[in-house]
Design a protein around this ligand. Structure first.
Ligand code: ADP
Ligand code: MG
Ligand code: MG
Length: 247
């Protein structure tokens, strides 16, 4: 599904990714762990097409198409979803408005008919219910005044409504209490654990991986993948730290 080959990328002329290779197949969950400043978030931003994050060498294909050649909205329409460590607040726009517009713009990009207000609300209610989120919260401005846990639950509601093929979730577990962590983990499993979908989970901690069991764990250090393994690698990292493994 996603094929990253020898990716180099820079921000403002500073090289951050230095030859990163990673292949993600349909049905797989990959965890990426690694020390602060290794380039984990940069990888997510480069894949999402954030301005200022420039791929300078290497290639990325998504379902065979050249991802780096696509505009950010085209990447989303193709099924890529990015979840961020700090979800943005958007005063003046309700979650419902925002999500309906996001979903319908992606549907138009795939030549699918937009959902009517009624159809959309039905979908939104089902996803909110599944995350244990009050529908009233979806009528409030996007993330404004939400607690950290509520923002992450909201992000899972967004993911459930959008229905992406590949989700890249960047430290989606940071700052969550146990209940929110479990809700987010359950959400990832319910929405994304399917033979035709895949997940890249960027995390510092093993604990999310107790809920969402990865098929592969990778260590990203200094701009490249320096080690790959199964779920046991996350436990080894937790025990021994990155220093011993990334050296
Ligand atoms: P991680 O997510 O693994 O902690 P990041 O991808 O956020 O690491 O950062 C990788 C490196 O890129 C760090 O050295 C960081 O300081 C640098 N960096 C991130 N954003 C910028 C930016 N906007 N301008 C310059 N350097 C940046
Ligand atoms: Mg970081
Ligand atoms: Mg980061």
């Amino acid at each position: 599904m996603l094929n990253i080959e020898n990716l180099h990328a820079e921000i403002g002329g500073k090289q951050i990714l230095k030859g990163l290779t990673l292949r993600v197949g349909a049905g797989e969950v990959h965890a990426i762990m690694g020390p602060n400043g290794a380039g984990k978030s940069t990888l997510g931003y480069v894949l999402g097409g954030r301005p200022g994050y420039e791929a300078t060498a290497g290639s990325v294909t998504f379902d065979g198409a050249d991802l780096l050649d696509m505009a950010p909205h085209a990447r989303a329409a193709a099924g890529l979803f990015l979840g961020f460590q700090y979800p943005v607040e958007i005063p003046g726009i309700s979650n419902v408005q925002f999500l309906r517009e996001a979903l319908n713009s992606q549907r138009r990009g795939r030549d699918e008919a937009p959902l009517s207000g009624g159809e959309f609300l039905k979908l939104a209610r089902a996803q909110a219910d599944a995350l244990g989120m009050d529908m009233e919260m979806l009528k409030r401005p996007v993330n404004v005044g939400f607690s950290g846990g509520e923002k992450k639950r909201n992000e899972m509601v967004q993911m459930g409504i959008i229905g992406p093929k590949l989700a890249i979730l960047d430290e989606t577990d940071s700052g969550l209490d146990i209940d929110a962590l479990k809700a987010v983990g359950d959400g990832i499993n319910r929405i994304m654990r399917a033979p035709d979908k895949a997940v890249i989970l960027i995390t510092h901690y093993q604990r999310l991986l107790d809920y969402v069991r990865p098929d592969f764990v990778h260590v990203l250090a200094d701009g490249r993948i320096v080690r790959s393994g199964g779920p046991e690698l996350a436990l080894e990292l937790e025990r021994e730290g990155y220093g011993a493994i990334a050296a």
